[in-house]
Design a binder for this molecule. Sequence first.
Ligand SMILES: Cc1ncc(COP(=O)(O)O)c(C=O)c1O
Length: 417
Amino acid sequence: MDFSSHTQSSLSLSFNSHVSSPPTQPPPSKMTVTDDSISLQIDTSYCHSSNPIPSKPLQLLDEKTDKAHSENNGEDNEKEEEQEEFSILGHPMCLKRQRDGQTLPLSKRYAAEQGLESRRASVRAWGNQPLPKADPEIHEIMEKEKRRQFNGIELIASENFVCRAVMEALGSHLTNKYSEGLPGSRYYTGNQYIDQIESVCIERALKAFNLDSDKWGVNVQPYSCTSANFAVYTGLLLPGDRIMGLDSPSGGHLSHGYYTPGGKKISAASIFFESLPYKVNPQTGYIDYEKLEEKAMDFRPKILICGGSSYPREWDYGRIRQIADKCGAVLLCDMAHISGLVAAKECASPFDCCDIVTSTTHKSLRGPRGGIIFFRRGKKSRKQGMSLSQGDCSSHYDFEDRINFAVHPSLQGGSSQ
Ligand SMILES: Cc1ncc(COP(=O)(O)O)c(C=O)c1O
């Protein structure tokens, strides 16, 4: 808040709760106020005279100013006081304003206004500075990172290089906007264009994987795939419910519920839910589907997860679907690593068999950092996992509302556009 326009005036607000009983005591001595200050004061002169409480000003400026002012006390006495009475929420209020009027030389007032203008100009100039000027330290480190990226080569499967257009869209005015909620139903106003962007994004996400919008919906708001996965668990499960995914050392991902051999729970998925991993056969490196089935039938996970970070084989989605059906689990595929290959039809699609599919958007899809959740909607094509539909013979999927609600408001506020 810029109070500087009140240069040379001092304000005090008096709260008058019993204005009907006229003050019998003399008003408290005028408190010391400074130029450029606003203070809030309970004016005891309006309180019951039997219980005089010393007035306690709320100073909005630091003590230095106050001190400087009190050195100037002789001058203060000459100040004029204006008083204005009004009411807030039915409480009569009294605004006292001290004016230096006569005592402040014109030249001083002119200098103060000039100072304000120059401060405004410098704030404006700072806001328009390019990064190298505004923050040379960060800019220099960023330049070093750029050189590092272009001069070296790292074969990290999680990473990719985005195109210039993505960079431009990311570093834009969109970052200024808060867009909690879904298109057409936002918490704040002014989202008409953000709605359009999100709707285009949803349309394109479905199109990229050749999905029929009557059968699949998508939430494009998660900040990352870890939070996308957690939103699925949050929306569909209760704390302590069971999930089962590929063990991290076998190529799975932490967000599928990893804990160390010593039992230390590493990810929120294993902290808030019970997880039991399945593994690859150490001899062949392939998932041991027999063992997976056996474990799943004992453990009875409510969500069975396929997909991983470093499993370089095709997934047998049909086989894992059978297991999910047999143990009554919802089948979730986290295709983060291969989503670009799936879109390009270079590998098998999880959409034929899975109920829910999550992904990052910044790996093989080469988009900006984010997470995405596809979920089945409409009429059920098969019996949905028993855990979610126990006693519920609904013929329609109920993922959409649960997942959307888990993303916002349960787990995050606005999205990152
Ligand atoms: C399969 C899988 N899921 C989830 C993630 C986590 O994605 P994020 O970094 O967006 O949370 C990764 C990251 O490498 C991953 O490989």
